[in-house]
Design a protein around this ligand. Structure first.
Ligand SMILES: [Zn+2]
Length: 90
């Protein structure tokens, strides 16, 4: 399994949690500090917005920014806005 690419975040789960939604297997991880949610789908980690039991993939730009940047250390209002930037269906 590829290493999680968000090393500066403080991960909530010892191991990513597996969830299956609509036949798609997601490995879910969350930062306990900034609250960002990440999920691995098809071997690729992405930023996601979690609603109830479903995962909404966010825009590639948001994914890159959330994973590459350091953990902001707080909940950011900007993240809430990013969480509405759903990725267009492939
Ligand atoms: Zn974080």
């Amino acid at each position: 399994m590829p290493a999680e690419p968000f090393a500066t975040h403080s991960l909530e789960f010892d191991a990513p949690r597996s969830a299956t939604v609509d036949g798609i297997v997601y490995l879910h991880q969350r930062c306990r500090i900034c609250g960002r949610d990440f999920a691995m789908v098809d071997g690729v980690w992405r930023a996601v917005h979690v609603t109830g039991l479903s995962f909404q993939l966010l825009e590639d730009e948001v994914s890159l920014r959330w994973m590459k940047g350091r953990c902001p250390g707080i909940l950011l209002i900007a993240d809430e806005q990013d969480g509405r930037k759903a990725r267009a269906p492939a």
